[in-house]
Design a protein around this ligand. Structure first.
Ligand code: UT7
Length: 325
């Protein structure tokens, strides 16, 4: 028995912030942001909005497309580092909003790799026969964690949620394998040291800059490129297929230059790599499921295609999932 994604959904906050708006707020330029990152705009959560509500919209869309009701679910797993509370978890808050009362619901905290990790956990547990219908979410709001005076991080992040409904199923289709990696010794390349102290774009400036996201961008860039190349080759090799067999790679959307560098090292044609970082920025754990949902919607994925998901982020964490669609 394996596991298969049968439907996806996505949702974002209402507010779009373009590079030109950021030009008016800080010493940056549309040109710098586009050429160094590929980003043109991002969605940001504003004061009074809830990321759990955004995740609920993505979840209900995925469930409707799967022809299911929330009551059909047997577990909820959320890849996130953006819960409103220290606890209860984001997943328990989402469970409550979906009107569910007793199924297991929990978060997986792996920063930008959160969805990749959550998918691997769901697949393993479903293979063990524990659950047969699981709601998987990637949701983050890192724009609320930046210092809006720090141009080196403020321009990068956007917010949103992506959802996938997984069912257990016999046969050749579904998740073929996942590989996960972490390197805690590099924790300080990307971190938020004071959890939960939010500062949305429309709020007062942070009083303590130490609460904000800290990133050593150029160092992280180099490790991300090497790690993503390595994990992609490993998951493909373990499944006994080749890079030529891959129909589409859906990478974490952190930076177009990272995506292109990994593609070049793998020798993959650009048309086999899905990107939407221009419209969303880096949405952390939400980026892969949002991109997956857009790839399906735009007809880029067909039955029996081999689809590869990968991500690298704070922790450091990285990983990949290989799926026969
Ligand atoms: O999601 C988790 C994974 N995330 C990543 O892997 C992110 C990895 N890192 C990156 O994507 C890139 O390192 C960044 C986009 C963060 C930065 O790009 P970079 O090409 O590595 O730039 P840099 O940090 O080396 O900065 C180059 C210059 C500096 O000026 P000087 O010192 O050369 O005069 C910065 O001060 O660009 C300047 N700069 C900016 N200029 C205009 C930095 N941010 C900005 C900005 N606007 N927003």
């Amino acid at each position: 028995m394996g596991s298969r994604i049968v439907a996806t959904g996505r949702a974002t906050p209402r507010t779009v912030i373009t590079n030109h708006e950021l030009e008016r707020r800080m010493d940056t330029s549309d040109e710098w942001i586009r050429t160094r990152t590929g980003i043109s705009q991002r969605y940001t959560l504003c004061t009074g909005e809830s990321l759990v509500e955004v995740a609920e919209r993505a979840s209900r869309e995925a469930l409707a497309r799967a022809g299911m009701k929330p009551e059909d679910l047997e577990a909820i797993i959320v890849g996130t580092v953006s819960s409103d509370f220290g606890f209860p978890s984001f997943a328990c808050q989402l469970q409550h909003r979906l009107g569910l009362t007793s199924i297991p619901a929990f978060d997986v905290a792996a920063a930008c790799s959160g969805f990749i990790y959550a998918l691997s956990v769901a697949d393993a547990t479903m293979r063990a026969g524990e659950w047969s219908r699981v709601l998987l979410i990637g949701a983050d709001a890192l724009s609320t964690m930046v210092d809006w005076n720090d141009r080196s991080t403020a321009v990068l992040f956007g917010d949103g949620a992506g959802a996938a409904v997984m069912v257990s199923e016999p046969g050749q289709r579904g998740v073929l394998g996942s590989i996960l990696r972490s390197a805690g010794q590099h924790w300080d390349l990307l971190s938020v040291r004071n959890r939960g102290i939010q500062s949305p774009i429309d709020a007062e400036a942070r009083t303590n800059q130490n609460d904000a996201i800290k990133m050593k961008g150029p160092e992280l860039f180099k490790i991300a490129v090497k790690s993503l190349e390595d994990i992609t080759r490993r998951v493909i090799e373990r499944a006994g297929v080749t890079l030529d067999d891959i129909s589409l790679i859906i990478p974490h959307q952190a930076n177009l230059r990272i995506i292109n560098a990994v593609g070049e090292r793998l020798g993959i044609k650009p048309e086999k790599v899905f990107t939407n970082v221009d419209r969303y920025g880096n949405t952390s754990a939400a980026s892969v499921p949002i991109a997956l949902d857009e790839a399906i919607e735009s007809g880029r994925i067909h039955d029996n295609d081999l689809v590869l998901l990968n991500a690298c982020g704070g922790g450091l964490t990285w990983g990949a999932n290989l799926i026969r669609w």
